[in-house]
Design a protein around this ligand. Sequence first.
Ligand code: PLP
Length: 412
Amino acid sequence: MGKTGYDLKEFQIKSRKKNISEKAKDFYEHCSILDEKGNLNFFREIVSPQDRITKIYDKRTKSVKDMLMFGSNNYLNLATHPKVFESIIRDVKKYGPGIGGPPVLNGYTKLHRNLEDKLSDIKKSESTLLYSSGYSANFAIPETLNTRGDVFIYDQLSHASLIDGLNKSSGSQQKFLHNSTLDLQRQIDKLDGQYKDLFIGVEGIYSMDGDSSPLDKIVEISKKNKAILVLDDAHGLGTVGQTGKGTAEMYNVEGDIDLTIGTFSKSMAMAGGFISGSKELINYFRYFSRPYFFSATIPTLTVSGVLAGLEILEAEPERISKLKNNVNYAYSLLKHFDVVCVPESGILSILIPTHVDITNLNRELHEKGIFVNTIDYPAVPLDKQRIRISFMTNHKKSDIETLAEIITELIS
Ligand SMILES: Cc1ncc(COP(=O)(O)O)c(C=O)c1O
């Protein structure tokens, strides 16, 4: 293995014929060798709340290090907001931390209902149900709805959770070229109406590139073809739209989306997910969606934190413009690199040529006190490795200048 990183593709090819004990042993040894080389890429130990400066335990120096955090989805800095802490402490005292079982058996609290109603308002939908993760919510859509005789057409850059749900479904699936409404329409035309239900799946903000879906045009196509439009707006909530309600607000198509998936692991800085849609569809999911029916109710402490986070978003909309200003400033300093697209939310991605060892690059960034996400296969195709930089409202101009200086020094 030439690279110092976790070269998963090569590993998968080499281990194809091995049984699981051999595969696991090989991989364990491979990881141990990499760790000896001081790889800090994965599973970094965080010892403070996520903030512009986050404390990380550095395995190599065996000490705690202050790092400039540019790798967190805590876009709005809710992870340190006192009202989130107050809300969680108050509600945990009243309701306990969680339910400890699935809603259908063990129930809900009033807070869960309040959060569902709040999200329905935000997404201009009739109803909402909560999942234990965004992954489960996104997986659940095709797994539950795409049945024999149906066709699910989705953008080629869709998240793995959708693809996994599709692979579990009995309907057919096809992907269209990223953000190409032309290709989408062409594929629909080719089907010539030969389906029971047609689903169109897009993301509001694409998680690896940071661009948005042309949602107004997608809505048009969806309506024209009587399709059911599924929007994964994981990265849109809190980052886009005038009041942070997401990509539908940004494109002025609120109320035109059949099913919206969201997550609490991005701007809400916690974990959990939801689906919003018509009361009939959401009720159907309550009984027929296996990741909902057979999984425990999302913890009450999460629900409380998210409710507080949504209140803050409403009361302090200036957080969204601060985030935008930070991303725009970073783009002005970094645009001479191979930036994937002009960023439209809190994410900026820079492509790194394949001959560069991205794990090494991340270690160098780490050593210089910069925490970013380096992304390679299988999250992106082999030739699309990148640094993915995420911004927060409270980054200072000087933080962004430091980031740009270090990136320039390391990848010019
Ligand atoms: C676009 C998109 N959808 C779904 C998910 C899954 O969400 P979660 O991490 O909350 O399970 C993610 C998370 O990375 C995402 O980026």
